[in-house]
Structure formats: C-alpha cells, structure tokens
Design a protein around this ligand. Structure first.
Ligand code: CMP
Length: 138
C-alpha cells in the first residue's frame, strides 16, 4: 500500500491544529503508521528542503521549520500521495481552495500548517530522513 510523509509544521502545532489535521486524514480512511512530535535539527530541515537550496527563501524556510515542535507522520492508503496533496491544497493562499487544509486554515505562503510529499519518490526519501531508525519507531 502507498505511503506518504505528512508533517504538521510549527505554526500548526502552535495554533492547536494537530487534532484537526489528523482527523481529516482519519476521516478520509487513511491509516496513521508512525507519529513523532519533535523539534527538527537544522541538518534535517536542510536535507528535507534540499530541492529548495538555491531559492531566496531557503534560509527562512529552515529557520521556520526548526523554530519549534512539528508532528512528523507516516500515513498509508490508496493513492495517498496524490490525494493527500489535493486535501492539503495549493501553497499560494490565493490558489488554495476552501475545503482544503490550507484553504481553510492557512493564510500565508511560508507558514502554511502542513507539508505533504509531492511524489512517491519524495515520500520514500522523506520517510527515511524523518524516521531514520526503523526499529525504534515501530
Ligand atoms: P512545503 O509544501 O513544505 O514545501 C516548500 C515550502 O516552501 C512550501 O511548503 C512553502 O511553505 C515554502 N515556500 C514556497 N514558496 C515560498 C515563498 N515564495 N516564500 C516563502 N516560502 C515559500
């Protein structure tokens, strides 16, 4: 079954949105396999956002992600990578449709409450980055 990496970002945790976000994926019928509340290290944040290394907002992105606890999660279900992206909504608040997580809960581009892997390959990479030691998290 397909797996993805979903993360409630520091703004989502601070605003008390963990339950709301988890609830949406549970109601959809997906299975939560792993969950960890942690404050990411700079190394993990830089590696997570490696594809944005050259972007002007890279420093800001890493600073934000390491600013407080996040909820790192592994979820499983049919076509979960693509469907969870639809449920999350677009990055730009002007494009995020009402009914999506960002459309309903986020109003800025940089503090947008949730991250979801954008492909099956990214999901595999991100899951092994965030849940490095398999046995200790099962
Ligand atoms: P995320 O889905 O976690 O993946 C990359 C992140 O970069 C994205 O969410 C946004 O939070 C952030 N991002 C994208 N574009 C910008 C931008 N122009 N300025 C600041 N942050 C951005």
């Amino acid at each position: 079954m397909e797996k993805t990496f979903l993360m409630v970002k520091p703004d989502g945790v601070k605003r008390g949105l963990i339950g709301e976000i988890i609830s949406r994926f549970e109601k959809k019928g997906y299975t939560l396999n792993r969950l960890e509340l942690l404050t990411p290290s700079v190394e993990v944040a830089q590696s997570h956002y490696a594809e944005h290394k050259e972007k002007p907002f890279f420093g800001e992105l890493v600073e934000f992600l390491t600013s407080g606890p996040v909820v790192a999660m592994e979820w499983e279900g049919e076509n979960i990578v693509a469907v969870s992206r639809l449920m999350i909504g677009k990055t730009n608040p002007l494009d995020a449709q009402p009914g999506t997580i960002r459309g309903d809960l986020a109003s800025t581009m940089s503090q947008n409450v949730i991250h979801g892997s954008d492909s099956v390959e990214s999901a595999e990479r991100e899951l092994s980055l965030w849940f490095a030691t398999e046995a200790s998290h099962v």
